[in-house]
Design a binder for this molecule. Structure first.
Ligand code: SF4
Length: 366
């Protein structure tokens, strides 16, 4: 039998360099930033800014817009002056569009090295980014890997993706450029996990993590969680994007939930509730629904457990920051593992909210 199981808080973060993106920083142990991408025509400044404001409202910390045409590049300055988060331009295929976009006020550029038109053109973009002091994401995608690497490895496997990233990183370094962030995306979960793991053994530029083309929610959220959780639990990931079909706003909540579940970034109360069964001694669904409603918008990283009967109630309540072990129409409240009061079912929500308030006061400076 194993005599001693170490109680670890999770693997340490992948040590990465810090890259400044506007007023935010990616990597170097900074919080994992949540980002998204607009779905509007970028040159439609009004619609794009409106969508970015909705994303900001949801908690988005950086936003990317596509720049396929000169008029999109021309809109970048007007968009940036109306938003409060760093603006990233996304370029595929045309290195001239990348050069043009870099003449506008952007905080970062995303390049797909597999489709930018070869090494010489990539170097030209790097030189311009260096001149302008703009960071770049080397966004490797399994679906658009250089043909030569696909032929070498026979399919776009993780080593092929990592070799592609390293090849372009080295080229940029030869140009004296180091403001890089790297992504290794695929729509295949296993490929994503292995690609980031391999990369983290070899490189220290910060990573943008994501499962690309995850599809339509809710499956896309589950698929993203399946792919990103192993990476995050390994300590990898400096910024995250959940790619969902349709409106990008739900991407933000999904990203924060995955960060919270993996304990990589906790920014709201965590509610632990049992699934209920025939032993249920209180109206748990009603209590949780009311608690959720009244906790909306709270940013306290407190763990609250509410279980429906005495089977697991006391054990879970003791482990949480605040917990209720329910009995028949009543319950016992625990704070940091100690019983602090007895309440009737009708008083539970108010009592829990009072306890959360107290917990906030006691933990204000921690
Ligand atoms: Fe059922 Fe009680 Fe377990 Fe909830 S805590 S699932 S009510 S046994």
């Amino acid at each position: 039998l194993i005599k001693e199981v170490p109680k670890t808080p999770g693997k340490p973060r992948h040590k990465t360099r810090e890259v400044q993106i506007g007023e935010k920083c990616i990597g170097g142990g900074n919080p994992i930033l949540v980002q998204s991408m607009t779905t509007t025509d970028t040159f439609d400044v009004e619609a794009t800014v409106k969508q970015i404001h909705a994303l900001e409202e949801a908690g988005c910390e950086m936003v990317r817009v596509t720049v396929p045409k000169p008029e999109d590049a021309g809109a970048l300055g007007r968009i940036r002056e109306q938003i409060g988060i760093p603006l990233i331009c996304d370029i595929h295929f045309d290195y001239k569009m990348a050069l043009q976009a870099l003449d506008h006020p952007v905080d970062k550029i995303r390049i797909n090295p597999g489709n930018i038109g070869g090494y010489d053109r990539f170097r030209q973009v790097v030189r311009r980014a260096k001149e302008r002091g703009i960071p770049m994401r080397i966004g490797v995608n399994a679906g658009s890997l250089e043909r030569e690497l696909v032929e070498k490895y026979e399919f776009p496997c993780p080593p092929a993706m990592v070799e592609s990233a390293i090849r372009y990183i080295e080229m940029a370094e030869e140009e004296g450029y180091h403001q890089m962030v790297v992504s290794l995306k695929s729509s295949d979960v296993l490929t994503v996990v292995e690609a980031y793991r391999l990369y983290a053994q070899l490189c220290d530029y910060p990573t943008h993590i994501g499962v690309t083309e995850a599809g339509k929610p809710p499956y896309a959220v589950t698929k993203s969680a399946a792919g990103l959780s192993p990476i995050l639990l390994d300590g990898i990931g400096d910024t995250i994007r959940i790619s969902l079909l349709g409106d990008p706003v739900p991407e933000i909540g999904a990203a924060f939930d995955i960060l919270q579940a993996t304990q990589r970034r906790v920014r709201k109360p965590e509610l632990i509730a049992c699934p209920t069964c025939g032993r249920l001694a209180i109206d748990l669904e009603k209590i949780i629904a009311e608690l959720e409603k009244r906790l909306e918008g709270k940013r306290t990283p407190v763990k609250i457990s509410v279980l429906g009967c005495v089977v697991n109630g006391p054990g879970e309540a003791r482990e949480a920051d605040i917990g209720i072990a329910a009995g028949n129409g009543k319950g016992v409240i625990f704070r940091n593992g100690e019983i602090v009061r007895h309440v009737l079912e009708a008083e539970m929500v108010d009592a829990l909210l009072e306890e959360i308030q107290l917990w906030e006061t006691n933990n204000k400076d921690k």
